[in-house]
Design a protein around this ligand. Structure first.
Ligand SMILES: [Ca+2]
Length: 450
């Protein structure tokens, strides 16, 4: 029973003296993030050599977004966007920080921003996280200082899967305490997510399960490698094994929701944090051009799935462009909350669009800036460029692989889209930090200019 039906039958009960219906429980929200998973790596996304039945089931039971984007082609900025519902460049979170020992001192999701977890907590949700944070190493940026009641995982951008003690600056921790984890890390992250669901089955909960699979290092135990003897290339086979472990983890979460009777009343989103870095982990982005780190489609268009059995029709395929910034407002709306207008979110509630209650597209335009790289998507058109080099224009409906540059053929459209990009760009902040390598390059450049 939804809230409206509940209010209606409660009103009827008051008039007739019938017993009051049980109050509807607000939906649980489970956000599952994969790391460096390519557009074509899931079975449901067309992978021919790897099977991902559990993750695929989210699409079968809900929606698959064919034009699902993230707001950056690398890890930390995408997570900053996901965790705030805002383009992260608005608050200077434009770049990755580098490893803990080399990160800029001020690195962390700025404390001026309200997080997804804080918004859900305010709505009365139990909030928990299992996985990779990558939004600050210092204690004031810790997940438990940013709205999560519970946290298990690591703060950095990557971690060994086989050795919990591989990096003293980036330990596996429960809350603030390092733990000596013995399990394969992907299994451990899933185990903790399942335990969180079991602990909080009696109240609405928000679970953020941020796997580091299938990010490097390429490590998998025989248990998963043995499943993929069919794949000859050792790196692709290891990717398949790592992905299989994650898919089993997704399956364990779904099974727990089913077992506790919560599956129908849980909004589940699955998304990768950026496109596949094919040269590093043998992931695939076909038929898209480009990789992680680029604002070409292969860096920013990702597997993006959503399930809410009670509310969203099974087997929906949605083609309008959406972005990971939409996940927060969608979840808050599902939870019966609202976003104050002064929060200035860039994401929108997708539920009316995917259920057909709203017509048109959720976004007139989507924007990207990642250092010198920029891009803009408007309808089927995509503008992209690098610094002062001539911009490129593609029509993705006919040219998903960004092969035919139409900039010269469409000067008026190019001019219009460039003006829209400049206008958006002018609203953004200066990056708050750069990686050590970027800092060194900037310093060297300044010296040369002197
Ligand atoms: Ca990533």
């Amino acid at each position: 029973m939804n809230r409206r039906d509940f209010l209606r039958s409660a009103a009827a009960a008051a008039l007739t003296g019938a017993p009051l219906p049980a109050a509807p429980r607000r939906p649980n929200v489970v956000i599952i993030v994969a790391d460096d998973l390519g557009y074509a790596d899931l079975g449901v996304q067309g992978a021919a050599d790897i099977a991902t039945p559990h993750t695929d089931s989210i699409a079968r039971n809900g929606v698959r977004f064919t034009n699902g984007y993230v707001s950056c082609p690398v890890c930390s900025p995408t997570r900053a966007g996901l965790m705030t519902g805002r383009y992260q460049q608005r608050f200077g979170h434009e770049f990755n920080p580098g490893p803990a020992a080399q990160a800029a001192a001020n690195f962390g999701l700025p404390l001026t921003e309200t997080t997804f977890a804080e918004r859900m907590k305010k709505l009365g949700y139990a909030t928990g996280m299992s996985g990779k944070w990558h939004l600050g190493y210092r204690s004031e940026y810790h997940p438990q200082k940013r709205g999560f009641d519970e946290y298990f995982g690591f703060l950095g951008g990557a971690h060994s899967y086989l050795n919990a003690r591989a990096d003293a600056a980036n330990p596996i921790a429960r809350g603030f305490e390092p733990v000596d984890e013995k399990e394969y890390l992907t299994d451990a992250l899933a185990r903790e997510a399942v335990a969180f669901i079991a602990r909080h089955r009696g109240q609405p909960f928000f679970l953020y399960l941020a796997f580091n699979a299938v990010h490097t290092p390429m490590e998998a135990p025989p248990k998963y490698l043995d499943r993929w003897k069919s794949i000859a290339d050792p790196r692709r086979r290891t990717l398949a094994a790592m992905l299989s472990a994650m898919d089993d983890g997704v399956g364990a979460v779904l099974a727990k929701l089913r077992e506790t009777g919560l599956e129908d009343n849980t909004l589940i989103v699955f998304v990768s944090d950026n496109g596949g870095p094919t040269p590093a982990n043998a992931s695939r982005n076909d038929p898209l051009r480009g990789f992680k780190g680029q604002v070409l489609e292969g860096g920013i268009r990702v597997p993006f799935l959503m399930q809410w059995k009670g509310r969203v029709p099974a087997g929906t395929v949605y083609h309008q462009p959406v972005i990971a910034l939409d996940i927060l407002p969608t979840a808050v709306a599902a939870a019966g909350g609202s976003i104050p207008p002064d929060a200035r979110l860039d994401g929108v509630n997708l539920l009316p669009f995917i259920t057909g209650k709203a017509s048109g597209a959720p976004h007139e335009r989507l924007h990207w800036r990642f250092g010198e790289q920029y891009a803009l998507r408007a309808g089927g058109w995509k503008l992209t460029g690098l610094g002062a080099a001539p911009p490129q224009l593609y029509h993705l409906d006919q040219d998903i692989g960004e092969a035919k540059d139409l900039a010269a053929a469409e000067p008026a459209r190019l001019k219009e889209l460039l003006a829209l990009h400049r206008d958006w760009n002018s609203q953004l902040a200066e990056p708050l930090w750069r990686t050590q390598r970027q800092r060194a390059q900037t310093k060297a450049g300044k010296k040369r200019r002197k």
